[in-house]
Write a protein that binds this ligand. Structure first.
Ligand code: ADP
Ligand code: GLC
Length: 468
């Protein structure tokens, strides 16, 4: 049994903006079920949906550079895992997690710097791990503090640290002056250290100082070593290839299962797909689309970020509207993408059912009620939504990149390679053509539903890492 302290900015169901939250809500439980002793540390945001907290530490002092904080630590047991909440109201009791009104909080380096410093004090006073497991840039400073600031501290002798990169597009870069607030020795400001193009980078600190770096699919682990996907990190990652591994995410079939999902109007499984037709009818009604069962319905549930590739749809709205299909769209984010979908809904009524916003229940109903699920990502470290789609018999149409490449095959979905509108249109047309042959389609659905992307295999890979 290993003792693992995960440090993360998100964990479902407490705080989630995307797949990172899902992973931290399910991987720890999978590890606990396999006998590991896991604790997860995250900030106690105002929006954190927690009840039944126990305050296990009151007024614990944590210092960082010139700052002295007094933090409380709250505990909640969830699926056999200790979730520890770092309570520091001046930093976390705010309306947003990372930003408000479109603006990142100006003190995010302090907010997440403290998360890392506090993790080390928690290791000293509350839960001593064998391994620290940091997730994304928000936890990237921990290896630096461990290996430099606290290098001489006997408490931490022999502790190892792992960094998992869920998305290289988010690096936590700040002006060099932030080092003062963070208590980082200015001598670490150089290209082999924390310096990154004239700034400091939390994620780079993690890559440089962690014992092992992982990312969330084997293909993405290769891609990020190339200039196209490396966001300026490719050289660094190539030089650290010896300690870099790709482990595909798993998904949580407790939450995503068409046999018992409480968010969907009817349940179904491979032996009886009638419930799925019912889900489609209800979804069409919910989105105000005509009841056309013969016409394929393509689902989209996504953050609307540059990463997700929806700009590819921009130029092909009209040809798509001519096809015999309809779209069920849920998402929010960049204004240009929101407006594109609003425009489609206005120009092509009856073809585009669009909801701008964040709605977990509707996300489930789109997964269940659609025939196909679209993810044309520019890059996709792992992607979870396509794995949910497979389980719901909703065949994914994806760009062959990152985890999409690793989880979808030609029997269970439709892939295109070129990042080009014509390639996307061709993939959609191919899927629509295949949908005509109902019998073959249903056997593809069954094959997709039986694919197993539960955490079993991937949790075992993390265990191997902890052991090594
Ligand atoms: P990413 O983490 O890059 O956003 P993933 O595919 O890994 O992509 O995970 C996305 C998760 O966020 C899924 O659980 C998906 O259902 C959820 N999600 C994304 N956008 C929305 C939305 N607008 N409403 C509800 N859930 C959403
Ligand atoms: C990031 C990635 C997504 C991945 C998720 C969880 O948000 O964009 O591909 O599934 O992290 O690892």
């Amino acid at each position: 049994m290993a003792r693992i302290l995960m440090v993360t900015p998100e964990a479902s169901p407490f705080a989630k903006t995307g797949g990172l939250g899902d992973v931290l809500g399910s991987l720890p439980a999978a590890l606990a079920a396999r006998g590991e002793d896991v604790a997860v540390l995250l900030p106690r945001y105002r929006i954190a949906h927690v009840s039944g907290l126990d305050r296990i530490r009151h007024a614990m002092p944590v210092s960082m550079g010139p700052h002295r904080f007094s933090v409380d630590v709250d505990l909640v047991m969830h699926r056999g895992v200790r979730y520890l909440f770092l309570d520091c109201p001046p930093l976390y009791d705010r309306a947003g997690i990372y930003n408000e009104g479109g603006w990142d909080y100006a003190d995010n380096h302090i907010r997440f710097g403290l998360l890392n410093r506090a993790a080390l004090e928690i290791a000293r006073n509350i839960f001593r791990p064998d391994v620290f497991h940091s997730h994304d840039w928000q936890a990237g400073l921990l290896p630096l503090y461990l290996r430099s600031t606290l290098a001489g501290d006997p408490t931490f002798l022999g502790l190892k640290c792992i960094l998992t990169i869920h998305n290289l597009g988010y690096q936590g870069n700040f002006p060099p002056g932030a080092m003062y607030d963070l208590g980082i020795d200015p001598s670490l400001y150089h290209p082999e250290g924390i310096e990154f193009y004239g700034r400091i980078s939390f994620l780079k600190a993690g890559v440089v100082w962690a014992d092992t770096v992982t990312t969330v699919s084997p293909t993405y682990a290769r891609e990020i070593q190339t200039p196209e996907f490396g966001f300026g990190f490719d050289g660094l990652l190539r030089s650290r290839a010896y300690k870099l591994a790709g482990i595909l995410n798993g998904v949580d079939y407790e939450e995503w299962d068409p046999r018992r999902d409480p968010n969907i109007p009817a349940h179904y499984w491979i032996d009886d797909l009638a419930g799925k037709a019912e889900c489609k009818r209800e979804l069409l009604a919910e989105l105000g689309l005509p009841q056309r069962e013969d016409r394929p319905l393509i689902g989209i549930v996504s953050r609307f970020a540059h990463q997700k590739g929806f700009d590819l749809l921009g130029g092909i709205g009209a040809p798509l509207a001519e096809e015999n299909l309809a779209f069920a769209v849920l998402g929010s984010g960049e204004a240009a993408i929101e407006d594109m979908f609003r425009r489609f809904a206005y120009l092509h009524p009856g073809k585009f059912g669009v909801r701008i916003g964040y709605d977990n229940g509707l996300a489930h109903r789109i997964e269940a009620g659609s025939d196909m699920f679209l993810m044309p990502s520019r890059y996709e470290p792992s992607g979870l939504s396509q794995m949910y789609s497979l389980r719901y018999g909703t065949l994914p149409i994806v760009r062959a990149t990152g985890g999409l490449e690793d989880s979808v095959d030609d029997e269970t979905g439709f892939k295109f390679r070129d990042y080009a509108p014509a390639a996307l249109l061709a993939a959609i047309q191919k899927a629509a053509g295949a949908f005509e042959d109902r019998q073959t389609w249903q056997s593809r659905m069954r094959r997709a539903m039986l694919k197993d992307f539960s955490w079993n295999a991937s949790a075992a890979r993390y265990q191997d890492l902890y052991r090594s």
